[in-house]
Ligand binder design. Structure first.
Ligand SMILES: [Zn+2]
Length: 120
């Protein structure tokens, strides 16, 4: 499996950017589109299936960061994995993250807050 590419982002910045993009703010949508620009010249493997995502990276899955509730992880997904049901994507991603952190000798716990699922 290729080395996974993950971005660590500030949770509050991500939340406000996502909320504004959802409300139609184009600059916020552009910021989200530009998330993977630093990887434009290198292959980006899909976090779930390891196939190349292609360019632009078609989907991003936001996951809880290990040990820091103020941050989130952005994981790139290919078209096929991006089309999976949300719970399937989260289950697979959390399984992979648990394996990654187990190798580093730490446990990965995830807490989801249902109230935060949809932007207001
Ligand atoms: Zn994939």
């Amino acid at each position: 499996m290729a080395e996974p590419v993950l971005l660590s982002l500030s949770r509050s910045e991500w939340d406000s950017m996502y909320r504004l993009a959802y409300k139609g703010e184009l600059w916020a949508a552009d910021q989200i589109d530009a998330l993977w620009d630093g990887y434009k010249d290198q292959p980006v493997p899909c976090f779930l299936c390891d196939h190349q995502c292609g360019w632009p990276v078609p989907n991003t899955l936001i996951l809880p960061e290990h040990g820091d509730p103020r941050r989130v992880l952005a994981a790139p997904l290919c078209w096929e994995c991006g089309e999976l049901p949300q719970m399937v994507k989260f289950n697979r991603a959390i399984h992979i993250l648990r394996e990654m952190f187990r190798k580093e000798g730490c446990q990965y716990h995830v807490t989801f807050n249902p109230k935060r699922r949809h932007p207001r």
